[in-house]
Design a protein around this ligand. Structure first.
Ligand SMILES: Nc1nc2c(ncn2[C@@H]2O[C@H](COP(=O)(O)OP(=O)(O)OP(=O)(O)O)[C@@H](O)[C@H]2O)c(=O)[nH]1
Ligand SMILES: [Mg+2]
Ligand SMILES: [Zn+2]
Length: 356
C-alpha cells in the first residue's frame, strides 16, 4: 500500500515538508477513542497517543487530531505503537460548535472529499435537517451528496414525493436513492467513492450508514444494528472510524448524530441557499433582514411566487442560529487574534522551530 492510497497527495506532502521534523513519519488518523488513537501508514495501523508536549500546547479542542487528520508521528518499539507530534493543516473538515457561550469548535472529522448526507425514507426524512447537514458540509469545504436509504420500505409514490420536496426546497446537490437490501443505487454510490478520495457518512442512527459501508467493502466488517429491527436511535456505531476499501477507497463511518448543534460562521449557509443570496444582492439595504424593510428583493420574489416562504424561513432560522451571529463582538475579536497567532505559528521558518 502507498500513502497516496490513504489520500496523501502533493498538498499534504508540502505541509509535511514544512511542518514535520525529518526524523518523523507521516501517518493518517483512522480512529479516535477518548484520547487514544489509531494511525495508519503504508505498512499498517497501530495505536498512538499525543506527546505530553502536544497535549500541553494544543490551545483548543480544534487543535487535537480527529479522524482523517494527517499527523507527524514517531514509531516506537518496532512499530508496536507511536507518538503524535504534529498536526498537518486540514484541507476540509466537519465541525460543530461546542455547547456553551464561547465559540469553540469540536472537530468531527477532517480531510474529507465527499460527505454522504444520509436519511432513511421510512422514518427519518426531514428537509430542514437535510439543510442543516448541507450547510455544515459546505462550510467545511466538502462536496455533499444526499442518500435516501431503505427505499425498499416505502412506496415509489412516497419516494417521488420526497424527492420533489427536496427539489422544491432549492437543494440542488446529487441525490441517490438506495436500498442496502435490494442493492438498488449501490452502483451509483460506488461510482462516487473514488480511489484516494475520502468519503464519510453522516446522518441519524439507524439509517443504514454502516450497512452501506459493509456492502461497498464486500464483507460484513463493521457491526450494524440487528436485521430484525429497523434500528432507529440505537447507536450501534460508537466511534468514528476510517475504513480502507480495496483500491484506496476511503470511507469514514460515524455514529448517528443525536444533535447537529450550532453551525459555524455562515459561509456554508450562503452556498446552500444561493438563490436567496442572489436575490438579497438586490435588496435596497445591505443588511436587509428580509422581514419588512422597503425594497426587499427577497420578499418581492416571494410575492411573485418564485421563492417559497418556508424556504426563506428556514434560511433565516439557520442564520440566526449560526455561531457567527451568536458571537459577541469581543469573542469575534478574540477569535481573529487566535487565528493570527495560528497563521504566524504555521509560517514560522523551519530553522527557528524548537526541536521536538
Ligand atoms: N430494509 C432495509 N433495512 C436496512 C437497510 N439498510 C440498513 N438496514 C437495516 O437498518 C438497521 C440499522 O443499520 P445500520 O447500518 O446499523 O445503521 P447506522 O446508520 O450505521 O446506525 P448507527 O451506527 O447507530 O448510527 C440494520 O438492522 C440494518 O440491517 C435498507 O436499505 N433496507
Ligand atoms: Mg453505524
Ligand atoms: Zn431583503
Amino acid at each position: 500500500m502507498e500513502l497516496s492510497e490513504l489520500g496523501f497527495d502533493a498538498w499534504f506532502a508540502d505541509q509535511a515538508r514544512q511542518l514535520c521534523d525529518p526524523n518523523l513519519s507521516v501517518a493518517r488518523v483512522t480512529a479516535v477513542d477518548r484520547g487514544r488513537y489509531l494511525v495508519r501508514d503504508e505498512l499498517g495501523e497501530i495505536p498512538a497517543e499525543l506527546t505530553g508536549r502536544y497535549q500541553h500546547e494544543a490551545a483548543g479542542t480544534a487543535d487535537v487530531p480527529c479522524v482523517g487528520d494527517w499527523v507527524c508521528v514517531r514509531f516506537l518499539d518496532a512499530r508496536s505503537h507511536a507518538t503524535i507530534h504534529q498536526l498537518l493543516r486540514r484541507r476540509s473538515f466537519l465541525r460543530r460548535k461546542s455547547p456553551g457561550r464561547d465559540v469553540e469548535f469540536q472537530m468531527i472529522a477532517a480531510n474529507i472529499d465527499v460527505a454522504f448526507v444520509t436519511q432513511a425514507c421510512h422514518f427519518d426524512f426531514n428537509v430542514r435537517r437535510l439543510e442543516r447537514y448541507l450547510v455544515m458540509v459546505r462550510e467545511g469545504r466538502i462536496e455533499p451528496v444526499v442518500l435516501f436509504t431503505k427505499i425498499d420500505l416505502v412506496a415509489p409514490e412516497l419516494l417521488e414525493h420526497m424527492l420533489a420536496s427536496v427539489r422544491r426546497a432549492g437543494i440542488d446537490v446529487p441525490l441517490v436513492p438506495v436500498s442496502n437490501l435490494t442493492g438498488a443505487g449501490l452502483d451509483e454510490v460506488r461510482r462516487l467513492v473514488l480511489p484516494g478520495k475520502t468519503c464519510c457518512l453522516l446522518g441519524s442512527s439507524g439509517v443504514g450508514k454502516t450497512t452501506l459501508i459493509n456492502q461497498l467493502s464486500g464483507g460484513a466488517a463493521l457491526e450494524t444494528g440487528s436485521v430484525s429491527h429497523t434500528g432507529e436511535g440505537r447507536h450501534t456505531t460508537t466511534r468514528r472510524q476510517l475504513v480502507v476499501l480495496d483500491g484506496g477507497r476511503l470511507l469514514i463511518d460515524m455514529p448517528g448524530m443525536r444533535e447537529l448543534g450550532m453551525l459555524g460562521v455562515g459561509e456554508g449557509l450562503d452556498e446552500v441557499f444561493t438563490d436567496i443570496g442572489e436575490l438579497a444582492a438586490n435588496c435596497r439595504f445591505a443588511d436587509c433582514s428580509h422581514a419588512r424593510e422597503p425594497g426587499c428583493a427577497v420578499r418581492a420574489a416571494i410575492a411573485r411566487g418564485v421563492l417559497g416562504e418556508e424556504h426563506l424561513q428556514s434560511y433565516l432560522k439557520l442564520r440566526k442560529e449560526s455561531a457567527y451571529h451568536d458571537m459577541s463582538y469581543v469573542e469575534r475579536r478574540r477569535k481573529d487574534r487566535e487565528f493570527g497567532r495560528m497563521t504566524r505559528a504555521v509560517l514560522k521558518p523551519k530553522g527557528k522551530r524548537d526541536p521536538h
